[in-house]
Design a protein around this ligand. Sequence first.
Ligand code: UT7
Length: 336
Amino acid sequence: MAKQLLGSALVGCGSATPKQSLTNAQLGQRVDTNDSWIRSRTGIASRCVLGSDESLVELSHMASAKALKMAGWEPGSVDLIVMATSTPDDLFGSAPQVQSLLGANNAFAFDLTAACSGFLFALVTATQFLKSGSIKRALVIGADQLSRWVDWDDRRTCVLFGDGAGAVALEAVDQKDEGLIDFSLKSDGSRGDSLQLRQVIKHLPLVDGTTHQQGGFTSIEMNGQEVYKFAVREVPSVLAELLKRNNVIAEELDWLLLHQANQRILDAVADRFQVPHHKVLTNLQSYGNTSAATIPLMLDEAVRDGRVKPGDLIATSGFGAGLSWGAALINWHGPS
Ligand code: UT7
């Protein structure tokens, strides 16, 4: 194993969303809501929901295949696949199924759970393997299917979420070409009850004098106002810490790429740093909050339509259940 310290470059990206798109007006057929409330409180106009012939593994495979194609990699050259998801097709892990569909036969693959911060946590995790010199190529996926876990009769939550997958190809490079310039990750489990997908447990008799537990999970439960306050307090704080540590001023940023939870949160963070709104990447109007997928989904769209160019400096931040949150300073490298 090589011991030199390396950097990791973001050299490809891809994304995929379900075929079904559901407008705010359509949701109004199910719960007591309307387009005007949802748009004004969240910025969301529609979201994609997995249909009966689709799966999260398939979406993740599609996103990953596009990232590999952009990077110009053969599947067999990938060493590691980290799939950030809180909603896998298989609780034992979905990443190995993506590995198999891709034909990435030399990669080890595992899931990582950090809810809406998952992509950021996975990006940092994969980068540590690359920087150690133990691997050369990694694929980081952010993918979620919250539609499976939302209570479709709870208007306070069901209007917010959607399904999707995004992926980024990371390559070991010289330290001078480092793509993940710096990061800061945080967790606070003591506030975890403001956004939960709790287990439901039944205690059943096993054999004389013993019991076992059995059960599943509830639907998503959220205290929206608490999560909102958490986001507008902690995201600016962690971003400010990162900018200061790296002697970067907000004007030097090409893009602000935040977890796409609510347009009002994006606007509040942008205003705090006086980042003009044309530098704030946003696509939540079309997809809603796709949890771990929002950041790579947005990055992929902006790279493919030419907004994000090689060398662009991006400040990104993820936040959500756990509670977990964090930020990173990234240089988009693009394919060599
Ligand atoms: O990845 C992180 C995921 N979570 C988040 O990002 C959530 C962060 N929080 C938020 O985005 C906002 O708190 C929400 C969008 C969830 C809610 O917006 P709000 O401005 O905090 O609304 P609220 O909860 O204070 O509710 C205001 C009113 C209430 O009615 P009353 O009690 O004032 O009569 C709600 O019952 O709006 C009502 N309401 C709705 N009305 C129409 C709540 N949901 C809806 C709805 N349609 N979908």
